[in-house]
Design a binder for this molecule. Structure first.
Ligand SMILES: NC(=O)c1ccc[n+]([C@@H]2O[C@H](COP(=O)([O-])OP(=O)(O)OC[C@H]3O[C@@H](n4cnc5c(N)ncnc54)[C@H](O)[C@@H]3O)[C@@H](O)[C@H]2O)c1
Length: 256
C-alpha cells in the first residue's frame, strides 16, 4: 500500500467524506480544518489518523498535500498562505479563479512559489480534450441542468435561470458552477465559455452538456451525474480528487 505522508484538508463535508473512504487509509496523518469543528469530530470517530487543526497552524506542520474541499470563499481566504508552503495544492472549488483580482494575485504568488497546484476535472470530463485542442478552441457552451433544490429555489416548471459568461455564472452560483471556471482555466480564456443553467423540477440527475467548437472539430459531451447526499455536489467531484491523487502517485499515467 502506498503511504502518502501527510494531508491537510480544508472542509469536512460531502467531498471530504467521499475521499476519506478511499484515501485516508493510505495517509500517515490527515489534518482537517473546518469552520464547523463538529464535522471533523465525526470523521475522527471513523478514521484514527484524523486530527483537527486550525488553519493558522498549517505552517507548523509537515504537509505533502493540501486538499481544498470547502468553498470558493475558502480558496480566496487561505490560498496565499498555502502557496508559501511549497507543497502540492489540490483545489476543487475552482470557481475562485473567476474572480479576476484573486486570480491575478494567486498567479503572481505561484510564480515565486514551489507549490504544485492541481485543479481536478471535478463534476465533468473532457479537460484532456480541451488541452489537446489548445488555441484551436473557439467556443465552449456549458449547459447545466439541476433540480431547483440545488439552487435553493422553488419552481414547478423547467426554467432557464442563467445565461451568460462563466465569471458572472460563478458569481451568481458559487456552489453550483465551478465546472464553468474549470473549463475556462483549461481553455485559458474566460470569454470563450458560455453558460446556460436550467432549473428542472423533473430531473433525477445533475447533468452537464458541453459543446466544444474548434478549428479541428466539434465535440459534444453529455454528462449525467446521479445525485449524491449533497444536492449541490455530484459524487464525481470527490472521485476526481481520488483519481488525481492516485494518478500522481503511480508511475504509469494514462490520458494525462
Ligand atoms: N469543481 C467541481 O466540479 C466541483 C463539483 C462539486 C463541488 N465542488 C465544490 O467543492 C466544494 C466542497 O463541496 P462539498 O459538497 O464537500 O460541500 P459541503 O458543503 O458538503 O462541505 C464543505 C465544508 O467546508 C466548510 N467550509 C466552507 N467554507 C469554509 C471556510 N471558509 N473555512 C472553513 N471551512 C469552510 C463547511 O463548513 C463544510 O463543512 C464546494 O465549494 C463545491 O462547490 C466543485
Amino acid at each position: 500500500m502506498v503511504i502518502l505522508l501527510n494531508f491537510f484538508v480544508i472542509g469536512a463535508g460531502n467531498c471530504t467524506n467521499v475521499i476519506a473512504k478511499d484515501l485516508f487509509s493510505k495517509v500517515s496523518n490527515v489534518y482537517i480544518f473546518d469552520s464547523s469543528k463538529e464535522k471533523v469530530e465525526e470523521l475522527k470517530k471513523v478514521y484514527s489518523n484524523v486530527i483537527y487543526s486550525d488553519f493558522s497552524d498549517i505552517d507548523k506542520l509537515n504537509i505533502d498535500y493540501v486538499i481544498e474541499c470547502a468553498s470558493v470563499d475558502a480558496v480566496i481566504r487561505y490560498s496565499e498562505k498555502i502557496l508559501d508552503l511549497n507543497t502540492n495544492y489540490v483545489i476543487i472549488s475552482s470557481g475562485a479563479f473567476g474572480d479576476d483580482l484573486f486570480r491575478e494575485r494567486f498567479m503572481e504568488k505561484l510564480n515565486v512559489s514551489n507549490c504544485n497546484v492541481f485543479i481536478p476535472s471535478g463534476a465533468v470530463g473532457g479537460i484532456d480534450l480541451i488541452h489537446s485542442l489548445g488555441d484551436s478552441v473557439e467556443k465552449i457552451v456549458l449547459n447545466t441542468r439541476k433540480s431547483p433544490k440545488s439552487f435553493g429555489i422553488d419552481t414547478f416548471e423547467e426554467k432557464i435561470i442563467f445565461e451568460g459568461g462563466c465569471k458572472e455564472a460563478i458569481k451568481r452560483f458559487p456552489q453550483n458552477i465551478n465546472v464553468a471556471i474549470t473549463l475556462a482555466l483549461a481553455v485559458k480564456d474566460f470569454e470563450k465559455v458560455h453558460v446556460i443553467i436550467t432549473a428542472d423540477p423533473y430531473v433525477k440527475s445533475n447533468s452537464h452538456n458541453i459543446t466544444i467548437e474548434s478549428k479541428i472539430g466539434r465535440y459534444s459531451l453529455n454528462l449525467e451525474n446521479y445525485p449524491s447526499d449533497n444536492a449541490k455536489t455530484s459524487l464525481l467531484a470527490p472521485l476526481s480528487i481520488i483519481g488525481l491523487i492516485n494518478k500522481l502517485n503511480n508511475n504509469f499515467k494514462v490520458g494525462v
